[in-house]
Design a protein around this ligand. Sequence first.
Ligand code: SF4
Length: 119
Amino acid sequence: MKRDLICIVCPMGCRCSIEEDTSAPKGYKVTGITCKRGEDYAIKEVTEPTRMLTSTVRIEGARLPRLPVRTSGAIPKERIGECMALINQLQVRHPVAMGQVLLKNLFDTNVNLIASRSL
Ligand code: SF4
């Protein structure tokens, strides 16, 4: 089945299509992309889609009520909801350093939730 996608690797946002093609080296034919990174993205998006996640968590004792956080790498797209549930339950205490690990090894992916800034 053919799927239309928008590549999110860079700001160009190329529109592309992907469909299975057993004669193609990677098993998929990708059209509309303008670089190799777009092809890799399209194949990954239909085989094992992942996303970086950014959000905020409650912080106690700081001058701001919420601390910006992000995942240290991409996590499976289907785990985003569970990850947000963990983030919503999390409360940290001042002081926190930029890059500090707040949740380790999310869903056994070797990706951590880290602070995006010091606070
Ligand atoms: S295909 Fe290449 S140029 Fe186009 S959005 Fe993706 S990464 Fe950017």
